[in-house]
Design a protein around this ligand. Structure first.
Ligand SMILES: [Zn+2]
Length: 89
């Protein structure tokens, strides 16, 4: 007969990191296409300064991250997206 209520050890091990999806968006959402013609999609994966976000932040898989980088570079090349600003010294 044990009535030890409310004496459990509750440990909160929640880390307050960036709470982004840990799964590749392109793998989970088949509607999302990696295409340099869709900067609105690509823009989700670059910083405000136009840099490509690292995989640990985006959560993309290696394959899609690579495709994404290629698409972004292509988009830059045809001036859909801005190059990284180098105005700040
Ligand atoms: Zn993927």
């Amino acid at each position: 007969m044990e009535t030890t209520n409310g004496d459990k050890q509750v440990r909160h091990s929640q880390k307050k990191f960036f709470h982004r999806k840990k799964f590749c968006r392109f793998c989970t959402d088949s509607n999302l296409k990696i295409d340099y013609k869709y900067p609105s999609v690509l823009n989700n994966f670059v910083t405000e300064r136009g840099k490509i976000m690292p995989r640990r932040i985006t959560g993309n898989c290696a394959k899609h991250q690579r495709e994404l980088a290629t698409a972004i570079k292509r988009a830059r090349a045809i001036a859909i997206m801005p190059f990284v600003s180098t105005e700040n010294k």
